[in-house]
Design a protein around this ligand. Structure first.
Ligand SMILES: Nc1ncnc2c1ncn2[C@@H]1O[C@H](COP(=O)(O)OP(=O)(O)OP(=O)(O)O)[C@@H](O)[C@H]1O
Ligand SMILES: [Mg+2]
Length: 478
């Protein structure tokens, strides 16, 4: 059931109940008035008729009492009788009743009430043997006769039904007078804004944020629609931004993918000739006598070729990352293997390596080779940042999420200009760097479902924190 119908029914119900109660009370009050009026009319008529009868009697015209009674009938007074204390009707406006018997209580005045209307419609009142009467009737009798007056039942009914009709008309008129204006006000100022709000909300929920609420209705509605309009404009902006961002990302990914393909193809093409050149130079070197200065030049050429080879290898790793071969393993031995690879260089540079006696940690699911590559890249960067010696501290611990490995150096730290770019491919501040070490490492860790955080202290060193979740790729692959 709609809100409008529900509210209308409740309002109509309340109005009907209140107006009904008020009108019913009014009906009872008016009926009470009618009863008083009936009783008054009966008593008043009885008094007049009694006096008339006594006058007739005193004039010795008792025989005319029947005619007198009949003359007193009106539209409202429809019956009149004189009844003896024994109940025999002596005179009546309806002569056919004379001498029939009726039950009376000779000593008391009594009203009789209509069964249908509950109103007094008939009065029995005694005519006592007063002093003037005693001349003819003697002193003995208490009640000479009983006067009975009856009101017209039809007249009473007509009055009551007119009363009811009037009250019914007043009831419906006041209902309409109250309900219709309220309903129109409610429709205009509550339902219309509400319906327009819900229509617009329906459109918005199906994704159309360009929808705007009408600025109408009382203050609260205006505040609400204004607020929603602002929120929707914001949603619209955010959605547009997201779409643009998504498009940019897709474009970037496509670009990266094709660049990667190209880089991989180029690297592949260079790798083999490079190996050929290296081999050929080594053959040349064999012919050069041991103390010849050209041997030094040949060695330098071979070192550069090695570096070129390493760069190409990095480029290939970056462009075409190898598939992960996940093994459930303790991370400490992986770290130790990476450390062994740099220990010689660290010693030469005067870098002290600090790693607390390694407790084995909860095993994580990783590709040990690739993870070793990550640690190695970070360690090599640390060594590069401490050319004059320093300390490389390594710490590994586990929590509910996974394993965290922190590698802290006491080098020069990352300059604020470089900080935002260190993970970007080919970004390097080194003469001989490819700028791929951190880009490759980040890719590997992210493919494990983890991340790398950096705490930078320019001039004092920095910490790289590698976070590897226990359930590395399970979620990704379901
Ligand atoms: N521990 C560190 N201290 C100071 N700067 C760092 C550190 N690690 C990385 N950087 C900065 O981040 C840059 C990018 O590092 P990344 O490992 O990606 O490339 P690279 O070391 O320059 O070259 P590559 O690793 O390919 O030989 C570095 O050139 C350096 O400026
Ligand atoms: Mg590096």
């Amino acid at each position: 059931m709609g809100l409008q119908l529900r509210h209308s029914l409740v309002l109509a119900g309340v109005l009907l109940a209140v107006l009904g109660a008020v009108h019913y009370r009014q009906y009872l009050v008016l009926k009470e008035d009618q009863a008083r009026e009936n009783a008054g009319r009966l008593k008043f008529t009885a008094e007049i008729v009694k006096n008339g009868l006594i006058s007739l009697m005193l004039e010795g015209k008792g025989g005319e009492s029947g005619g007198y009674i009949a003359s007193q009938l009106t539209d409202e007074v429809s019956a009149m009788r004189l009844i003896g204390p024994d109940g025999i009707i002596r005179a009546s406006a309806n002569p056919s009743e004379i001498n029939s018997i009726i039950k009376v209580s000779p000593d008391e005045t009594r009203f009789y009430y209509s069964r249908r209307t509950g109103l007094p419609v008939s009065l029995f009142t005694p005519l006592y043997n007063g002093k003037p009467c005693q001349r003819c009737h003697g002193r003995e009798d208490g009640t000479l006769s009983v006067l009975n007056i009856g009101l017209s039942g039809r007249e009473n009914l007509n009055r009551l039904s007119a009363l009811r009709t009037n009250l019914a008309v007043s009831f419906f008129a006041s209902f309409l007078l109250l309900f219709v204006p309220f309903w129109m006000f409610y429709r205009r100022f509550v339902m219309r804004p509400l319906l327009s709000l819900s229509k617009a909300a329906g459109r918005a929920s199906s994704g159309d944020f360009s929808v705007r609420f009408r600025d109408e209705g009382p203050g609260e509605f205006r505040t609400l629609s204004g607020g929603l309009n602002r929120a929707f404009s914001r949603f619209e902006e955010i959605r547009r931004d997201l779409e643009t961002c998504h498009l940019d990302t897709v474009k970037k990914m496509e670009k990266m993918a094709s660049l990667g393909e190209l880089a991989a193809a180029v690297a592949h093409e260079i790798k083999n000739p490079l190996a050929g050149i290296s081999g050929a130079i080594q053959v040349f070197a064999e012919d050069i006598p041991p103390n010849d200065t050209r041997r030094e030049i040949i060695k330098e050429i071979l070192r550069e070729i090695d570096r070129l080879d390493q760069s190409i290898r990095n480029l290939l790793t970056f462009a075409r990352p190898a598939a992960l071969r996940l093994v459930k393993t303790d991370i400490i031995p992986v770290l130790e293997r990476a450390l062994r690879l740099i220990s010689k260089q660290a010693e030469v540079q005067g870098v002290e390596i600090r790693m607390p006696a390694a407790n084995s940690l909860v095993p994580v699911e990783v590709d040990p080779e690739q993870m070793q590559q990550v640690f190695l890249n970070i360690m090599l960067n640390a060594l590069h940042s401490m050319p004059g010696g320093g300390i490389l501290s390594i710490d590994a611990n586990a929590d509910d999420y996974g394993v965290r490995v922190s590698l802290t150096d006491t080098g020069m730290g990352i300059s604020p200009d470089a900080y935002d770019n260190i993970f970007k491919p080919f970004f390097t501040t080194k003469h001989s760097g490819t700028g791929l070490g951190l880009a490759i490492s980040k890719g590997i860790v992210e493919r494990h479902g983890g991340s790398i955080e950096v705490d930078n202290r320019p001039g004092l060193g920095c910490t790289f924190r590698v976070i590897i979740p226990y359930q590395s790729l399970l979620n990704e692959h379901g």
